[in-house]
Design a protein around this ligand. Structure first.
Ligand code: CUA
Length: 422
């Protein structure tokens, strides 16, 4: 029996299925392409109240747009059908001055726009309160890295807990982020948590973020800021509250370990603190701080917990497990297109940071010229062994095991968890 519902295989239905499938593949590719090294970036993440608010507002806007689209197209088709030209008359029927219709056509858009405005203003008000009891974190953007400090977490000696490129926060609690910048305008953006704030020199913007779900979230600088804008990434590590408390206490009490006499770490410590005058190698301590040591430099990232971090070069390299530090296939330098393990990358980094990260103003230690504010400076010299000593010292700068904020925390959107301490 052949009814009008019968369809031939490969007919209209097959065509539609193919297009649906092609659409899904394209959508999947778009979603996958947003994943950087296993990180799933998703604007509609419902674990963050910022994103939930925006999502709900979007649903209103999308819903009203669909109603408008259907309404306008419906009226258009109705009108075209009903007032089709009659071939027997010379001119179509004329009419104008329908006041009632005009009142509707003006009134409905006004109501829609006003409605959306009220919803938007309500969302703005909800997204921008800063309550007194929220934990404060200052996010300072600099070319090309992030400095995260905790003004309430004081450290003996008058400083505060500070970390580079890895922002640790408690899950299930609002944190008040103060964004600002040291040099040019940067943009603080962790898409899964929502919000996006320009970090502007001399301006301090305070706003709130939270997430219900512990995890590791990807962050990026979202404002074109120079040669390594794309290399200005960061991680947000949201911990269960008791884990965060343990981190915070350990970070406040942290004193960098004293290297054993005669060890590589001790040789690295001496180079870090004093440099090497006879070859012109600048002391790392002049630009970097290490809590509990004389190193108090602030022009480069704080290195107090360097050995606990899993990222290097503001997220250029990621080592999500300790094993990754030694593997060769996970890391890549965009500039040289060489494959590096993070351990090799650290070596290359110390040797000549501007070569692996364009625009980096860190001195080179292989004698090559580097640039600060466009001025060429001749780099000092460290041997490969000396560079490895400095690397060994850096990797010994670890928070105690219970404060390792990466340990067992799920990397959002993947089935992996970050590994334990090295
Ligand atoms: Cu900082 Cu782009």
């Amino acid at each position: 029996m052949n009814t009008k519902h019968d369809r031939k295989p490969g007919g209209k239905r097959g065509w539609a299925t193919q297009w649906t499938r092609a659409g899904l593949i394209a959508l999947g590719a778009a979603v996958l392409s947003s994943c950087g090294q296993g990180q799933f970036i998703f604007l509609g993440d419902q674990a963050a109240s910022y994103n939930r608010e925006i999502w709900n507002l979007s649903l209103w806007a999308i819903g009203l747009s669909i109603i408008i689209f259907v309404g306008v197209s419906g009226m258009l088709f109705y009108t075209v059908q009903k007032f089709r030209e009659d071939r027997n008359t010379a001119a179509p029927q004329q009419f104008h001055g329908n006041n009632k219709l005009e009142a509707w056509l003006i009134g409905i858009p006004i109501i829609l726009v006003l409605g959306l405005s009220v919803l938007s203003v309500r969302s703005l008000a909800r997204l921008n309160p800063v309550s007194q009891e929220t934990l404060g974190i200052e996010a300072l953007g600099a070319q090309f890295w992030w400095n995260f400090s905790y003004p309430a977490s004081t450290v003996q000696g008058g400083s505060v807990v500070t970390n580079g490129n890895e922002m640790v926060m408690p899950a299930g609690q609002k944190v008040a982020i103060t964004t600002t910048s040291r040099d040019v305008i940067h943009g603080f953006w962790a898409p899964n948590l929502g919000g996006q704030r320009a970090s502007i020199p001399t301006v301090k913007k305070v706003w709130e973020l939270d997430t219900q779900r512990p995890g590791v979230y990807q962050g990026n600088c979202s404002q074109l800021c120079g040669a390594s804008h794309a290399n200005m990434r960061f991680k947000v590590i949201a911990l269960p509250p008791e884990r965060f408390a343990a981190y915070n206490e350990a970070a406040r009490a942290y004193v960098a370990p004293t290297p054993a006499p005669g060890s590589a770490e001790e040789r690295g410590y001496n180079l870090f603190m004093q440099g090497k005058a006879d070859t012109g190698a600048v002391a790392c301590a002049s630009c970097h701080r290490v809590q509990g040591t004389p190193a108090g430099g602030v022009s480069g990232p704080d290195l107090s917990f360097f050995g606990t971090r899993r990222t290097l070069g503001a997220g250029m390299w990621e080592a999500m497990t300790p094993r990754h530090w030694e593997e060769t296939e996970v890391a890549q330098s965009a500039k040289t297109e060489k494959q590096y393990s993070p351990a090799q990358a650290l070596h290359e980094w110390i040797k000549n940071s501007p070569r692996v990260k364009p625009g980096s103003i860190m001195p080179s230690y292989d004698g090559s010229t580097y640039f600060v504010d466009g001025k060429p400076i001749k780099g000092g010299l460290l041997t490969d062994d000396e560079i490895d000593d400095v690397a060994a010292y850096l990797r010994s700068l670890r928070l105690p095991e219970e404060a390792d904020y990466w340990r067992g925390i799920p990397v959002h959107g993947t089935n992996t968890t970050a590994g334990g301490s090295q």
